[in-house]
Write a protein that binds this ligand. Structure first.
Ligand code: PMT
Length: 494
C-alpha cells in the first residue's frame, strides 16, 4: 500500500475522517497536511498504533504497516535472563509461563550462561535463544529491533544489580541491554541478589530511576538467600511474577477501551470492600518484634480479584514485600492496633474480608531503648492480647452486610473454624490448615480451603492463591446479586 492508500485505509478503519481527527486531536487541516506532506508524525502514529487493536488490527507506528489481529495469538513475553544464582529459577518460570499460554522468547546475557545453558532454556521455550548483539545469522532471521518489537511485555528475571545499573544508565553493550532501550513494551524487572547489594544506595537509586521511567519491579522477596544471608533480595515467587504479568497484560487490553460508553458493567461495580492482609508486627523494643510468616499473598490476590470485578477496594496491609494490586487503595500498617484503627476509619463498606494474620499478643510495655543482653537472665516480657479485629467488626453496630474471616488451624479444622465463625460473628470463614502436606500455607503460592457458612461447609481443592481468590469473589458476587434481586438495594457510593 502506498502512503495515500494507507491514510485512506486508516480513515476507513478508524470510522471516517471525523473520528480519525478526534482520535488524533487535530482539525481537518492537519489531516490534509499529513496527506499532502505524505507524513504522519511519529507521536500521532503511536497514538493510532495504541488504539488500533480496539478496531481489530495492529498498526506498526514506524512503517504504518497494518496487520489483522490473530485472536488466538498467545501473548509474547521476551524473557531476559541475567547472570545470578536465581537464573536456574528462570527454567521453572518459563515452564509455568507456557502453562499459562504465554509464548516465551529468551535472551541470555553472557554471565547467565555461566549458570544455565541456552540449550535447556531453548528446550523449555521451544524457541531459539538469543544472546549475541552482532550475530549475522540472528540479524537475518530476526534483527534485535524486531525481537523487541514483537514482545507484548519484557521481563528481566532474574535481574542482577549490575544489569539494573546498566538499565538505569542507558547502557547498551550487549543484546539484552540494547533490547531494553529499543522496546516500547512494558518492562518488568524481577531482581535477585545479596541483601546488602539490594539495600545498597547505588542499587536503590538505580531502581528509583527505573521506577520513574515506568519500569515495574516484582519483588524481591524477604528471606534466606542463596549466599546464606537473610533479608530482602530473594527472587520473587514464580506464581507471583506470573500474576503481575497477567495483571499488566489485562490492564493493557482494558486501557485500549477508548469509548467509555462501551464500558461493560462488572459484578462488583459500586460495592465497597475492605480487606486485611499480611502479618502484624508487635514491637518488643525499638529493634525487635513479635511477628509471623504471612506473606500477604492470599489477601493481595483477593484484593486484586475483587478490584478486577469492579469493587472499590481498600487493602489494609501489614509489612509485606508485595506491590499494591492494580486499582486498589493500599494502607500500610504495622501493628494490630494500627490495623484496627485503619479498619475503623474505613468501615463504611458493604463487605469486609479479614485475611491478615494478626498477632494474637502484644508486649504490655514496649521498651523505649534496645533491651540489653545481660549476664544475669533474659528479660521477662509480659504479653497482653491484641484487639480482635474480625470479632470487633462482626459485632459492630455498623456491621457491614457481609463479614468474611479466615482461620489458620493446625488441628480440628472444621470444629475450630466453626467455633471462630460463631464467636466472631462472621458470615463466612475460609479455614486453611497451616500445614498442608507438610508445607506451610504461610508464604506458599497455593492454598487449600474449607469454606464455612452458617448453613454448611464446602471443600475447595488445592489451587493457587489467585484461583482461591477468584472463587471467593465469585461467591461474593453471587451474594450481592442475590441481595440486589431480593429487593435490598446495593448501597451506592455513600
Ligand atoms: O499471607 P499468606 O502467606 O498468603 O498466608 C495466608 C494466610 C494463611 C495468612 C491466610 O490464608 C489466613 O489464614 N489468614 C488468617 C490467619 C489468622 O490469623 O488466623 P486466626 O485463626 O488466628 O484468626 C481468625 C480470624 O480472625 C482471621 O480472619 C484473622 O484475620 C482474624 N483476627 C485474628 C486475631 C486478631 N487479633 N484479629 C483478627 O482480626
Amino acid at each position: 500500500m502506498n502512503y495515500h492508500d494507507t491514510l485512506s485505509y486508516l480513515m476507513d478503519a478508524f470510522g471516517g475522517a471525523d473520528s480519525l481527527q478526534k482520535l488524533l486531536g487535530v482539525g481537518p487541516s492537519a489531516l490534509s497536511n499529513y496527506r499532502r506532506r505524505e507524513h504522519l508524525p511519529l507521536n500521532q502514529a503511536r497514538k493510532l498504533s495504541n488504539i488500533a487493536p480496539k478496531f481489530g488490527f495492529n498498526l506498526d507506528p514506524y512503517t504504518l504497516k497494518i496487520s489483522v489481529i490473530d485472536d488466538d495469538r498467545k501473548p509474547e513475553i521476551l524473557l531476559i535472563i541475567t547472570g545470578g544464582i536465581a537464573a536456574y529459577k528462570a527454567l521453572e518460570l518459563i515452564r509455568r509461563l507456557r502453562d499459562f499460554e504465554f509464548s516465551v522468547t529468551a535472551v541470555m546475557t553472557a554471565s547467565a550462561q555461566q549458570f544455565i545453558t541456552p540449550l535447556s532454556v531453548s528446550a523449555l521455550t521451544g524457541n531459539k535463544v538469543y544472546s549475541e548483539l552482532f550475530d549475522l545469522t540472528d540479524e537475518q532471521e530476526m534483527g534485535h529491533i524486531q525481537l523487541a518489537r514483537k514482545a507484548d511485555l519484557v521481563l528481566i528475571a532474574p535481574a542482577t544489580a549490575n544489569f539494573i545499573g546498566k538499565m538505569a544508565h542507558g547502557l547498551a553493550d550487549d543484546l539484552a541491554s540494547t533490547l531494553c532501550l529499543v522496546t516500547e513494551a512494558p518492562i518488568f524487572v524481577a531482581p535477585s541478589m545479596n541483601p546488602h547489594m539490594w539495600t545498597n544506595t547505588a542499587t536503590q537509586d538505580n531502581c528509583a530511576k527505573l521506577k520513574r521511567r515506568n519500569i515495574s519491579f516484582i519483588g524481591p522477596d524477604n528471606g534466606d538467600t542463596a549466599c546464606g544471608e537473610t533479608g530482602s533480595g530473594r527472587f520473587a515467587e514464580t506464581g507471583f511474577i506470573i500474576s503481575q504479568i497477567q495483571q499488566k497484560l489485562l490492564q493493557k487490553h482494558s486501557s485500549a477501551d477508548i469509548f467509555p460508553s462501551e464500558k461493560q458493567t462488572k459484578p462488583l461495580d459500586g460495592i465497597k470492600i475492605l480487606i486485611t492482609a499480611g502479618p502484624t508486627l508487635e514491637p518488643i523494643d525499638p529493634v525487635r518484634f513479635i511477628g509471623n510468616r504471612s506473606s500477604g499473598k492470599q489477601g493481595y490476590a483477593i484484593a486484586y480479584a475483587c478490584a478486577e470485578q469492579g469493587a472499590d477496594v481498600c487493602l489494609i496491609s501489614g509489612p509485606v514485600s508485595l506491590e499494591a494490586p492494580l486499582n486498589v487503595r493500599l494502607i500500610k500498617v504495622e501493628t494490630a492496633q494500627q490495623m484496627k484503627q485503619a479498619c475503623a476509619d474505613e468501615l463504611d463498606v458493604e463487605c469486609v474480608i479479614c485475611a491478615a494474620a494478626v498477632a494474637d499478643w502484644q508486649v504490655k510495655q514496649t521498651a523505649n531503648a534496645k533491651l540489653k543482653k545481660s549476664n544475669n537472665k533474659p528479660p521477662e516480657i509480659v504479653l497482653t492480647e491484641t484487639p480482635d479485629i474480625l470479632s470487633w467488626i462482626g459485632h459492630h453496630p455498623s456491621r457491614p452486610k457481609l463479614v468474611i474471616g479466615f482461620a489458620a488451624e493446625t488441628d480440628s479444622l472444621k470444629k475450630n473454624a466453626d467455633d471462630k465463625r460463631a464467636r466472631k460473628n462472621a458470615d463466612w470463614i475460609l479455614a486453611n490448615s497451616v500445614l498442608q502436606s507438610g508445607e506451610s500455607v504461610f508464604n506458599s503460592d497455593i492454598n487449600e480451603v474449607l469454606f464455612l457458612s452458617k448453613t454448611g461447609a464446602e471443600y475447595w481443592d488445592t489451587d493457587s492463591k489467585q484461583a482461591i481468590a477468584r472463587k471467593l469473589v465469585h461467591r461474593i458476587s453471587d451474594y450481592f446479586s442475590d441481595v440486589h434481586v431480593s429487593g435490598v438495594q446495593k448501597k451506592e457510593n455513600i
